[in-house]
Design a protein around this ligand. Sequence first.
Ligand code: CA
Length: 222
Amino acid sequence: MRILVVEDDSLLAQGLTRVLARAGHAVDRAETGVQADRALRAASYDLVVLDIGLPDIDGFEVLRRLRLRHASANVLVLTARDAIEDRVHGLDLGSDDYLTKPFSVTEFEARVRALLRRVSLPASAVSLGRLTVDVEAKRIGINGTLIELTVREWALLELFMARPGRVLSKEQIAQQLADCDSQLTTNAVEVYVSRLRAKIEAAGVRIRTVRGFGYLWETTDA
Ligand code: CA
């Protein structure tokens, strides 16, 4: 994988570079925000390790510009400040994870591994809030992380997607999900709905229970 380390503390940058190179990655380094911005315009990276406190433009600005260009690189923000606002600001701007300094090498390696495991879904996929649905491959992703669905969960998802803004009754769902030779009880429907609900709620997509009627699919943010 190709990784850009953006860090003005040269000792730390050297250390991180060594760790990443040892894991078999191709690593480039930038010591200022302007250098980082230039590197990110010139090449595409799988991961950017991004320090926030930089001598010229800060890491937040580098991140903001990167996301404005719709670059898909995963971003691991390094912050010396333990302020929650900083982390939230970073996540708002599109960082994928953060580490507060000082951190251990083991922790750093674990975060990098987790971020690189994320697989990007194809651009042909449908987006619903932060949920990306790859209709061809029958799989979904939330912020680039793949989520496995069972056959029935997928069928349920398709059913909701085909009827946006409409309440589906448990009986309707049971009918649609039933195999040719078996009937599905409304209790089973409740189980499938709650499993799917748990998998997609992190994407801001909600399956609301409409008492006495059934379920309504809602996207709580765009
Ligand atoms: Ca710094």
